[in-house]
Design a protein. Structure first.
Length: 429
């Protein structure tokens, strides 16, 4: 067996070889697919064939012999694979192959093999082979299934992380991490690495479960914010609790990811949290994320700047904490020929419309509201400023949402007619 292992470490070594596979069930089909990918010329013997093998045969990718196995079918074969559910039959095939001095592999029975092949996971960017030297085939299979489940993440890490050392959260340190607008694919590579390695994840309610599920199964996951329950004094208490938890957990030697929707430093209180950690002499790092305005604008095809429509973009807080008093935004100073991206404004759309009108914005100024931007349930409504309150009310827009105001908020010529139809309904046309 050891001699055979040297020259057949992978399916690629059967390129152009004549291979006989006995069995066309789940195991046999998997081996057949791998052999075809390796360039083998295959003949399959079985009484019943899987749909995949039937389709392959119909396309001329392989030959099939319908019926029971007979030793004469081994004539001319360079390699033989026994992959039937009948262990007795597999042993008979192995014995006959060895008598004829033909290399043979028996599924899940290394003692009957004269060569072994690793469990293989193939993707465009990589091929991973797993071998336990035949001692633990079940373990190799389990590892292969795990890698297949995470093949997309492996591709990302290979593509973007080849020149990077392994990303891992350090004990006793807090990472203030931007989770982006909601689509897990928009996480940064560093955010993903820290999330998967942290002992504790402290998050807010806007972070979707699809992103939280990327954290280690052993990590403690703590949510301090609940929708609609943190206004005014409650918001202060909640933020103080987050500050205390980060410090306490870091001092316990835990690696802590403070996961924040969007970007931590854009209306995310990341600055306050960093200041508190600094005062308490807790090491920290801020990891940027795609802020909601950028993510929502891209998902809804809204160019925040455009040579013919806008030369500036302004991020504005549409709602501020009660303890701060009235809004610090001077709406009259905002550029009327640029794009406004207004965060946290869903609850006071009518007041914002009045503020903009009083500040001299034309009633015909275009707006767009992007709800759940970049997520499967994304919705976009458009109109003009004079209709903003009515459209927002009739459409039932809810947080999380970003309000865009300016010429760039109008639908672009290349946007789909389906979206324009929805837009007309929203406008009451």
């Amino acid at each position: 067996m050891s001699e055979m292992l040297r020259y057949l470490p992978a399916f690629h070594d059967v390129r152009g070889a004549s291979v006989l596979v006995v069995g066309a069930g789940t195991v046999g089909t998997r081996k057949i697919e791998a052999l075809l990918a390796g360039g083998a010329r295959i003949t399959v013997v079985a009484k019943v064939f899987s749909a995949v093998v039937e389709e392959r045969a119909a396309h001329g990718d392989l030959m099939v012999l319908r019926g029971a196995f007979h030793p004469d079918q081994m004539e001319g074969a360079e390699f033989i694979f026994a992959a039937t559910p009948d262990r007795t039959l597999n042993r008979r095939i192995s014995a006959e192959a060895r008598r004829r001095r033909i290399p043979v592999n028996v599924a899940d029975s290394p003692e009957e093999c004269t060569f072994l092949l690793p469990a293989v996971v193939r993707e465009e960017e990589f091929t991973v082979a797993i071998s336990t030297g035949g001692r633990h085939p079940g373990a190799a299979k389990a590892l292969r299934e795990f890698l297949e489940e995470y093949r997309a993440e492996i591709s990302v890490r290979l593509e973007r992380g080849r020149r990077r050392k392994r990303i891992a959260a350090r004990p006793g340190k807090v990472y203030i991490v931007g989770a982006g607008p909601g689509d897990p694919d928009l996480l940064t590579v560093r955010a993903l690495g820290l999330l998967r390695s942290a002992d504790v994840v402290i998050y807010d309610y806007l972070v979707p479960q699809e992103i939280l599920s990327l954290a280690s199964g052993k990590a403690a996951k703590i949510c301090y914010a609940r929708r609609g329950r943190t206004a005014g004094h409650g918001a202060v208490l909640k933020q103080n609790a987050i500050h205390e938890a980060m410090v306490r957990l870091a001092r316990e030697g835990k690696s802590v990811v403070r996961l924040k929707s969007g970007d931590p430093l854009v209306f995310g209180r990341g600055g306050e949290e960093a200041e508190h950690l600094s005062r308490k002499e807790i090491p920290f790092e801020i990891v940027p994320g795609i802020t909601a305005a950028l993510g929502c604008a891209a998902a809804a095809a809204i160019p925040l700047t455009h040579r013919e429509r806008s030369s500036s973009v302004t991020f504005v807080a549409g709602h501020e904490t009660d303890e701060k008093g009235k809004s610090a935004v001077d709406w009259g100073l905002l550029p009327k020929d640029g794009t406004l991206a207004i965060y946290m404004g869903v609850g006071r759309v009518a007041a914002i419309a009045d503020d903009l009108t009083a500040a001299g914005f034309s009633p015909d100024t275009a707006f767009a509201i992007v709800e759940n931007g970049s997520r499967p349930e994304q919705r976009v409504v458009r109109g003009i400023l004079s209709d903003l309150s009515r459209i927002a009310l009739n459409s039932g827009i809810r947080s999380p949402a970003i309000l865009f105001v300016g010429r760039t908020a109008a639908a672009l010529p290349y946007e789909s007619t389906e979206e324009r139809s929805d837009e007309s309904v929203a406008q009451g046309v």
